[in-house]
Design a protein around this ligand. Structure first.
Ligand SMILES: CCCO[C@@H]1O[C@H](CO)[C@@H](O[C@@H]2O[C@H](CO)[C@H](O)[C@H](OCc3cn(Cc4ccccc4)nn3)[C@H]2O)[C@H](O)[C@H]1NC(C)=O
Length: 134
């Protein structure tokens, strides 16, 4: 299966923002935005699931340390629809990551105490149009 967008060698610090703009496919089962050190060490795996892994219309967040998933955090809101054109803004500080959407905001603890984001990956049924660092 083809990989999505992967960006490495980043140096995103606390308070800075990663903006990912794109379109959710009309038949999306799910997609994920991963940020962290590398694919095995993730501050945040942000995984909206329309219908996959037994979840329907559920955002699953998690961390990954040395290739091992942490405890999942399922969010109450699901502000996505098939075909949506959205911009996801991810920022963090020493205690938590924040995911800002046009009509919702989610927090997830910075479990690994990461001080910079070096890695960004977007996977699944999401077509990236642009990414911006600010
Ligand atoms: C009840 C006992 C089994 O629990 C299930 O265990 C599964 C396997 O660990 C959990 O699914 C995994 O959850 C992880 C987060 O905790 C990740 O989401 C795992 O997927 C990684 C991944 C990304 N991708 C690329 C991708 C991403 C989005 C859409 C399409 C492809 N391929 N594999 C995903 O396979 C799944 O969330 C978990 N369900 C529950 C309710 O705990």
């Amino acid at each position: 299966m083809e990989k999505g967008l992967v960006v490495t060698q980043l140096d995103v610090e606390a308070g800075e923002c990663i903006k990912v703009k794109g379109k959710i496919q009309s038949d999306a089962k799910g997609f994920a935005v991963n940020v962290g050190k590398d694919s095995n060490t993730l501050m945040l795996h942000f995984n909206p699931r329309f219908d996959c892994h037994g979840d329907v219309n559920t955002i699953v967040c998690n961390s990954k340390e040395d290739g091992v998933w942490g405890e999942e955090d399922r969010k109450a809101e699901f502000p996505f629809q098939h075909g949506d054109k959205i911009e996801i803004c991810i920022s963090f500080d020493e205690t938590e990551a924040t995911v800002k959407l046009p009509e919702a905001e989610f927090k997830f603890p910075n479990r690994l105490g990461m001080e910079k984001i070096e890695y960004l990956a977007v996977e699944g049924d999401f077509k990236v149009k642009a990414i911006k660092f600010s």
